[in-house]
Design a protein around this ligand. Sequence first.
Ligand SMILES: Nc1ncnc2c1ncn2[C@@H]1O[C@H](COP(=O)(O)OP(=O)(O)OP(=O)(O)O)[C@@H](O)[C@H]1O
Ligand SMILES: [Mg+2]
Length: 239
Amino acid sequence: MIKIENLKKSFDGHDVLKGISFEIGKGEVFALVGGSGGGKSVLLKHVAGLMRPDQGSVTVDGLEIGTAGREALRTFRERLGFLFQGGALFDSLDVYENVAFPLKEKSKLGRDAIREKVMEELENVGLTGSEHRFPSQISGGMVKRAALARALVEEPEIMLFDEPTTGLDPVTGQSILTLIDSCHQRLSFTGIIVTHEIPKVFAIVDRVVMLHDGFLKAEGTPADFSESRDPVIRAFLDG
Ligand SMILES: Nc1ncnc2c1ncn2[C@@H]1O[C@H](COP(=O)(O)OP(=O)(O)OP(=O)(O)O)[C@@H](O)[C@H]1O
Ligand SMILES: [Mg+2]
């Protein structure tokens, strides 16, 4: 479903992605791991069509994202949910309005239908009762959960999560991963989770892809990683 082929990207002469290739099947969830500054967020932005490759391509169901026209890209984005690193909400909107935002912008649903969907999504992420609070009035974990609800409210076919648990305590972080897993079971999206939560994330993904020095260092099942004797992978797993 998502095919990344020989993807290359540099900024100001600094080669960030030096030829990355891998494929994700429909309904699969991948973990994307690697050191800070290694190009994980850059890779996600290519999948979302927010950056264009210098060379190579990202293709989703036959649509080449980097060369797609504005209209094709717009249709594609309707199928996509993106939880950005930092999980930003709109500060001037309360939790309800934040989650309702994509539906008001993009769907043709009426007020009542939107209300029903938003309240259902807030219940799924455990935020019932907090819908009238503003981002500055809730905890970091609640902000992440609200951002997750906003990304999922349109029931996307593809979900990109950029460090969904960063900055949270271990228990809250685990609850976000569990939430992502239960959302996946409900919606069967195809997903990529960029994360440093190793090995915790292994419990909820089909495969793991590791970037190192601009290249794809390794790809395999969580078990392949856990059992690996490669020193770079071991150093990463063992912290
Ligand atoms: N728009 C941009 N313009 C210039 N350089 C950029 C841009 N976006 C990313 N970079 C550079 O690309 C490199 C990879 O950044 P990226 O954000 O993808 O790292 P990352 O793997 O997500 O790291 P982290 O785990 O810290 O989030 C960094 O050196 C960064 O400075
Ligand atoms: Mg990043």
